[in-house]
Design a protein around this ligand. Structure first.
Ligand code: AHR
Length: 501
């Protein structure tokens, strides 16, 4: 039996779940940008100014709030001036991190802003600290946002963009402890202050600056050391140099675990690794609280998701993997954890949107497949911008210290409560009771959607794209008594219940 208790009291509603927790990440890696988003204006695949219509439509449906670009490791090797001007004359470069392929720079700043405009989402750019210069980063911001008369603005106007764009989210380097320059925490913190000083707010645009944080896969002492050094450094300086610190955390069950050949041992390890994100946020939060008890500086988990062995026959530098019910559960566990920590976690970007790692969408020429992870984002979009409700879950154990049921709850401005729950146990259905304190459910309407599978590796393919998709969970499955909802939660399933007040 699992007992879920939710406090619906007004006084308990303190924190709003930022829509940016449901953010995305697109890098010049494999087939994410090229073939994924960008097919070019002359393609026979339906497109708007070179951007695929089908992927735009699918991502708009899940209310994509923001998109991080151009990397990843690629960001610290990217020189933005190579990606502007006439497409045909843009210089090429070698994408040394990802397969050593030639990057033709056909997708650059103007195309990125057009993409965000078509998606209706906020742009998030990660600038180059590893191999760039302070001047290069500062000029990029001027090119994008300044509305006066300057060499950068004239360059932009010559390239066809009269008015400046707006951009809020700006990353100062990516993984600078590794692919972004192999720096120490001390060295990066100094560089961060230097770079961010010259990330100016032009023409009414206000930047939200995000510093590079640690990787959750590091030993915890190293994770906390990076955060401690950075927080100490920025604490003693002006408050407007930093708004967020990033954290990257990938879920892997060993270095060569397959996406689709899943033993129960590998399933279990995956669940443990996924749930470690909770502990990481708590521990990092303790260090941040030491310097910033009012939680002004936010935690930005700008890369997260599963990382499996690449699919047979694909370029090992392209990180193309299938996506199963296991990935869906990993997504729901993360999103629930992020929701429950929304006082500190302001943004999270799953890696990566199309054809790379834990993707929302897979493409094959003109065909697309929506993955089980996409469906979780679709089911969970109802938490975006809603107020978090406190939830307490006592559930039976699946294995060792792992409880089976996990979840979060929120109430939106239309007085709708949403409860998302997942059962990580692949073998047993679980009798579940949800108590909504301070409520009488007798006159309330209830509805629910569920994503479930019979196999741990159930997935969608180009031949069978709808194997796995959310279904309505019939209200006859629920027993409602006063403030309690009782039902049997199927094994390895994700459910979102809506209670309209
Ligand atoms: O998402 C793939 C890579 O993982 C990113 O480029 C890098 O930041 C991380 O190590």
């Amino acid at each position: 039996m699992a007992k879920v208790v939710i406090n619906t009291d007004f006084k308990q509603r303190k924190n709003r779940i930022s829509r940016n927790i449901y953010g995305h990440f697109a890098e010049h890696l494999g087939r994410c940008i090229y073939e994924g988003f960008w097919v070019g204006k002359d393609s026979s695949i339906p497109n708007t100014r070179g951007i695929r219509k089908d992927v735009v439509e699918a991502l708009r449906k899940i209310n994509i709030p923001n998109l991080r670009w151009p990397g990843g490791c690629f960001a610290d090797e990217y020189h933005w001036k190579d990606g502007i001007g006439q497409i045909k004359t843009r210089p090429k470069m070698v994408n040394t991190h990802w397969g050593g392929v030639i990057e033709n720079n056909h997708f650059g700043t103007h195309e990125f802003f057009d993409l965000c405009h078509q998606l209706g989402c906020e742009p998030y750019i990660c600038g180059n600290v590893g191999s760039g210069t302070v001047q290069e980063m500062s000029q990029w911001i001027e090119y994008i946002t300044f509305d006066g008369d300057s060499p950068m603005v004239n360059l932009r106007r010559n390239n066809g963009q009269e008015d400046p764009w707006k951009i809020k989210y700006w990353g100062v380097g990516n993984e600078n402890w590794g692919c972004g320059g192999n720096m120490t925490a001390e060295y990066y913190s100094d560089l961060f202050l230097q770079y961010s000083t010259y990330c100016r707010d032009f023409s009414g645009n206000k930047l939200y600056k995000i510093a590079c944080g640690p990787a959750g896969e590091f030993p915890i002492t190293q994770v906390l050391h990076w955060v401690d050094v950075l927080m100490k450094k920025v604490k003693t300086t002006l408050s407007n140099v930093i708004q967020g610190i990033s954290l990257h955390y990938y879920t892997r069950a060993g270095m060569s675990a397959s996406a689709t050949k899943i033993s129960e041992k590998s399933w279990l390890l995956t669940m443990k690794k996924a749930l470690y994100i909770d502990e990481l946020i708590l521990k990092i939060g303790e260090i941040m609280n030491k310097y910033d008890p009012s939680k002004r500086i936010k935690l930005i988990i700008d890369e997260w998701g599963t990382w499996w062995r690449v699919e047979k026959g694909t370029n090992s530098g392209f990180l193309y993997q299938q996506n199963t019910m296991r990935d869906a559960i990993v997504a729901s566990l993360h999103l629930d954890v992020f929701n429950n920590h929304c006082d500190r976690v302001y943004m999270a970007n799953i890696a990566q949107t199309i054809n790379v790692l834990q993707a929302m969408i897979l493409t094959q020429e003109e065909k697309i497949v929506l993955t089980p992870t996409y469906h979780v984002f679709d089911m969970y979009k109802i938490h975006q911008d809603a107020m978090l409700l406190s939830i307490n879950i006592e559930s039976e154990i699946y294995e060792k210290n792992l409880t089976a049921i996990h979840g979060s709850a929120s109430i939106n401005d239309n007085n709708e409560i949403h409860i998302s729950l997942c059962n990580i146990n692949p073998n047993s259905n679980i009798e579940t009771s949800i108590k909504l304190l301070q409520l009488d459910l007798n006159d309330k309407t209830l509805s629910a959607r569920i994503l479930k599978a019979d196999q741990m590796n159930a997935h969608n393919t180009f031949e069978s794209p709808h194997n796995l998709k959310p279904e309505n969970f019939n209200s006859s499955n629920f027993i409602i008594q006063r403030n309690e909802i009782k039902f049997k939660m199927p094994r390895m399933a994700i459910i979102v219940i809506k209670v309209s007040l």
